[in-house]
Design a protein around this ligand. Sequence first.
Ligand SMILES: [Zn+2]
Length: 279
Amino acid sequence: MENKPVIWQEMTWPEIKKVSDEVGIAILPIGATEQHGFHCPAGVDAFNAYEIAKRVSAQTGAIVAPLMPYGSHPYFHYGFVGTLPIRATTQIEFVRDVIKGLVNSGFRKIIIMQAHGQWWTMHTAIQETALDVDCFMAVATWWELACEKIREVCTTPFKHADEVETSVSLALYPELCHMERSKEDYSLKGYVDKKFVRPAVHSELINAFPIESITSVPQESTAMETGAPGDPRLATAEKGEAIVSTAVKVVVDLIEYLKKNYKPGEWPKVKPVLAADMY
Ligand SMILES: [Zn+2]
């Protein structure tokens, strides 16, 4: 029998304290508000982060912190109707403040469930926060957690609002998807010859969009026809369910490992002991 997720905003503070005393692990979902083509809603990244976090919570008892629905964006996302970017510095400060709040509520093991292409801010946020706060932090994205499964079930590499991401949407909230409006879109073009474009460091491993390369090659993304590069018509709920359940299992396994090896108030010690406060 599947248990219910443990949702921070639905609980009183003594109930939250009980979870911190007995489990001590929090999941912080971070998404974005961004156009996802003609066929998927602007909340895709936020919904994906929250729904996957809830599935993990239901299986582990880890608490789901309130969702951050805004995200930082590469510059070429600016100008798309439906996209509401926040600056990278805002995102970093937000993550640091919320993690401090989670620690002050007794949670020393924190898993960030992040579902938007903003890893440069997310990783910086973790590095900056680790200077201030002694806790365990991990950043999880569903496309990295399920990279092998994505390659197994999908026929095109992951970009945005495409076969891969739309499949996840169809698995989690099909009522908000309008597949009859989806169409293939290969209109995204770079300014320089393709021979100069190299894949990002991890893109081959995770079968993902080489966003670093795209960032260094200015794109008129707002000139795209649909806002969804690739072919979302290939998406199915079955593919999405395979991806989501694989990603959930990896995080569940991590949380069970943490529960087995660390008491609720303990955490893997990774912070160095410094001779002087530097910050
Ligand atoms: Zn997305």
